[in-house]
Every structure is written in structure tokens, then in C-alpha cells.
Design a binder for this molecule. Structure first.
Ligand SMILES: [Zn+2]
Length: 411
């Protein structure tokens, strides 16, 4: 018995020695190559930049010490595909430079782990491609009661800060929280979240919100969604189809994609730093441009770098500016209503492509138009309302389904 074990062990050891010797002689060059490769510094052609707090696409590109005109051009192309208002600290930009280090030959932008935006130089332009990893969508019901503030309650119920803000904005249009909110009030939020590698990604789709309190009564909001993903109408509405924040001004376009934001940027023409006195929205040539609020047209003319431009003075004294228009359809002195078409998107003046430049002036100074509270609609129209009714039923059915599943799990 003991001897048998000993023989077996010896046999195994002998086989192991033979095998190691065999592999050593079989492949001597390969193993030494691998060792050398491991020792030699690997040159990674990708330069990785992380967007810092308060940073922008311009600031990280400026770190690469490229000519200003190149940065201006790259940023312009970037903004055509990525809504720059969604850029957040922590997003990463990776680039490969050309041999002379004065041009970008490849660029990759990662905002969330599931989507990669690729840009590749071809001649003077950057070709865009998008790669998305599969995510699965999950419905979730969140309920809670008020202890101190709605903010605190929403956050502790597991909503991300961005989603919390949307719920908050929606409810603030319905309820006066200052006077009517009470400890013990209850709320329910129904979201569609995207799940990747077992974790929910931030920015869920908020489908339903309800709030109930002794002083506030019962309020419900439902998501309305049009066919266009970037439509300004997409969002929360109450049962009557009234917008959650109807007190704001309208958007100048029916769908919004910010291609360049307010503030310092590199000018694609001069290559120098310049203050961008407005917001650029990507839009196809000929897209209607709307007055954001009631007012009087103070000028409708060709204004140098701004091309065809319309300026409207509003009762508050603020002036809104709509530039690079293909043509304007209003005259100086004319009064306009909110939502009235004042012109069409174009690329007149100093412009690298079709877009709307939207500016805002207060007391003779340009201010960031983001400070305006912009809303898609005060109320959905008849056709939209019919669609909204159908969507509401679908949302209710999904919620019912979700609570059934939750009950089944609990049992
Ligand atoms: Zn602009």
C-alpha cells in the first residue's frame, strides 16, 4: 500500500520534470521574446485626458498643445455628435496625435462605460462612429416618505442626483413645498433604468411621479415622449397635459442638442481664445426657429460674423439673439408671440456649419442662456394629448406589472 503510493508519486514527479524540460527546449526563443516584451516599455499611443470639475472639451484639448485652429475644428466636430451640455467631470477623452503632433488622428470619448464615441481623421475632416455595449432595461418603483426635505427623501430612496433634480423640478410646478409639505407626506417614482454589469447607470427615464400629503393633496405626473429623442417636449406632464414647469420661456428649436456652450473657447477661424457669447444648437439647415417669449423685434438684419440675425426685446428688458439664420421671417418693430417662427436655421456669417447661435442680453451684457428656465410646452396640443393618454395607460400597466413582480418576490 505504502510502496504503491510512493511509486505513484515518483511517477507523477518524473512526468512533471519531463514536461517542463520538454516545453523549455521546445520553445526557447518564444519565451525569451515574451520576457523581453514584458521588460521593454510599451508605448501606448493613446493620450488619456479626464474632464476635471469645471473643465470643458476645450480645456482638455488645450492641454495637448495643438494649434488653436485644430482644437476649434475638432471641438466643432465633437459638438455635432455629442451634446456638450451632458459632459461631466470624470468623462474621458483619449486621443492619438499624428507624427508631427499638430493634428489629432484618432479620438475616443467615453461618458459612460457602455458607449464609445470614435473620431478618425480622414483628410481634413473627422469621421464619427459610435459603439454601444448592450445594456438591459429595468423598471423600478421607488417609494418614500418625507422626513425633512423632498431632496433628502428622494436621495435616500436611491435616486441619483440627476434624476432627483428632474423629479424635484416636476413636483415644484405642482406643489408649493415651502408652505404645504409636511413630514410623513408620501411619494412614488417609477423609473426605467439601464443596467450594465449589474449596476444601474445614472440618468434613468422618469416615467411617473406621484406625491400625496394632507395639505398638498394627491398629484401625479407622467412622462410624455415624442418620436424625436432630443425633442424639447419629452418630459413630465400632469394629467391635464400641462408642462411641469410652464412658468419658463420656450426653446428656440423643437429639439435641443448643445454643440457649443457659453464661455471661453478656441475660435476655429483665428485659433485664439474667445468668449462665446451664447449657446450653439446643432440643427439642420431650414429648421424653424421660434421666439422664446413674447416681445418686439428690435432688428432683423445681416450683422457681420453673426450673419442673418434677429434680436427680440422682451417685456422684462432682456434681449434674445438668434444668429447665422438662413433667412429671417420678421421685421424690426414687429411684435412676436412665444413659439412664433422668426426664421430658419442656416450657416450665414462666420460659421463652420448649419447651427443656431442663441444669445441672451441683460442690462447690456451677454449672459449664459442656460440661466433661462426653458420649457418645451405650456400644454400639449390636441394630437399630443391623444398620444399622451395612450402613453399614460402603458405606464400604468408597466407599474402594475412591476408591483405584481415585487409582490411575487416578497412571497
Ligand atoms: Zn455661437
Amino acid at each position: 500500500m505504502n510502496i504503491g503510493k510512493h511509486i505513484l508519486l515518483t511517477l507523477i514527479l518524473t512526468l512533471l520534470v519531463i514536461f517542463s524540460l520538454y516545453s523549455l527546449f521546445q520553445n526557447p526563443s518564444k519565451s525569451s521574446d515574451a520576457e523581453q516584451a514584458a521588460l521593454a516599455p510599451v508605448e501606448d499611443p493613446w493620450i488619456t485626458q479626464t474632464i476635471p470639475p469645471g473643465g470643458s472639451i476645450f480645456s482638455v484639448l488645450a492641454n495637448l498643445e495643438l494649434p488653436g485652429t485644430e482644437i476649434g475644428m475638432v471641438s466643432w466636430r465633437f459638438g455635432e455628435y455629442i451634446d456638450v451640455s451632458t459632459i461631466q467631470p470624470g468623462d474621458t477623452l483619449r486621443v492619438i496625435l499624428n507624427d508631427t503632433k499638430d493634428k489629432i488622428s484618432k479620438m475616443m470619448f467615453v461618458q459612460e462605460p457602455t458607449v464609445r464615441h470614435y473620431f478618425e481623421a480622414q483628410g481634413d475632416s473627422l469621421i464619427y462612429a459610435r459603439e454601444a455595449l448592450p445594456v438591459y432595461k429595468r423598471d423600478r418603483i421607488i417609494t418614500g416618505t418625507l422626513e425633512t426635505t423632498l431632496d433628502a427623501a428622494l436621495l435616500s430612496s436611491g435616486l441619483s442626483p440627476a434624476d432627483k433634480q428632474n423629479v424635484n423640478n416636476g413636483l415644484e410646478g405642482e406643489i408649493d413645498f415651502q408652505t404645504d409639505a409636511r413630514k410623513g407626506d408620501s411619494f412614488q417614482v417609477f423609473i426605467e433604468e439601464r443596467v450594465f454589469e449589474g449596476k444601474a447607470l445614472p440618468r434613468a427615464k422618469i416615467l411617473y411621479v406621484s406625491y400625496e400629503g394632507e395639505r398638498t393633496g394627491f398629484h401625479e405626473l407622467f412622462r410624455y415622449e415624442s418620436d424625436d429623442e432630443e425633442s424639447v417636449l419629452n418630459g413630465l406632464y400632469n394629467k391635464e397635459g400641462k408642462s411641469n414647469n410652464a412658468s419658463g420661456v420656450g426653446y428656440p428649436l423643437s429639439s435641443i442638442h448643445v454643440s457649443s456652450s457659453f464661455g471661453r473657447r478656441l475660435d476655429p477661424f483665428t485659433g485664439g481664445w474667445a468668449n462665446h457669447q451664447g449657446v450653439d444648437y446643432r440643427a439642420a439647415r431650414g429648421t424653424p426657429v421660434y421666439a422664446v417669449a413674447h416681445g418686439t423685434v428690435t432688428s432683423a438684419r445681416y450683422n457681420g460674423g453673426y450673419g442673418n440675425e434677429v434680436r427680440i426685446k422682451h417685456p422684462s428688458g432682456m434681449i434674445t439673439i438668434y444668429a447665422h439664420l438662413q433667412r429671417s421671417s420678421v421685421r424690426a418693430g414687429q411684435t412676436v408671440k412665444r413659439g412664433q417662427i422668426i426664421g430658419r436655421v442656416g450657416s450665414t456669417g462666420r460659421s463652420t456649419g448649419a447651427h443656431l447661435h442663441f444669445g441672451l442680453m441683460s442690462n447690456g451684457r451677454y449672459i449664459n442662456p442656460n440661466r433661462l428656465r426653458m420649457v418645451g410646452a405650456e400644454k400639449l396640443n390636441k394630437a399630443q394629448m391623444a398620444e399622451f393618454e395612450l402613453q399614460k395607460e402603458k405606464i400604468r400597466a408597466r407599474m402594475q406589472n412591476q408591483s405584481n413582480t415585487a409582490v411575487a418576490k416578497a412571497e
